[in-house]
Design a protein around this ligand. Sequence first.
Ligand code: ZN
Length: 223
Amino acid sequence: MDSATWVSRVSSLAGMYAAPISRLIAELSKLPGIGQRTAQRLAFYILRADQADAVALAEAIREVKEKVRLCEVCFNLTEEPRCTICADEGRDGSLICVVEEPADVVPIERTGEFRGRYHVLGGALSPIDGIDPEDLRIDELVERAGQSEVAELVLATNPTTTGEATALHIAELLRGRVTITRLASGLPVGADLEHADEVTLGRALAGRTSLGGVDKPVNPPDK
Ligand code: ZN
């Protein structure tokens, strides 16, 4: 019997699982991209795994929830009050790259084209989903943008409808106060930044375009 057949045979027996197995399947199926069948497959994999491996998985989940928090400055993920980027004196404090999620910092760092700091919004504006400006860290961004050392905000929200709406909202809010730029086109429309390749993202950063702001030249990114 192949595994798909086996899983569908097993799933037809739903309700016959011991309660701890049902609970594990229910928890796993809450993960993104994990349907009921995959959750069952993973649950049975964990049941068959070494005790040490299964406990290590549980401990890793516990540890990440206990130790990882948001940076008090930029809201990136960190173990310390400030993330390594905010704590790094060598980074250019005049340049702030605005992203939706902590996961978006990684691909931009990988390009090696950006030496400024970040601001993680915690999502994108989507009135239809009930996500309004006050649900994102926009007030905190406005406050940071008011600091004298900040000269430019690079809006690197995703090239999606909600990402574009968020970039426009921020540009409107801060127009005339700092230089505001947007990643150049060339990123696949509708895709997440997280999945953009380094070369494309590096080019988009280097060729960022002005969305208006104060009359200051836009510094080229550090090489
Ligand atoms: Zn930080």
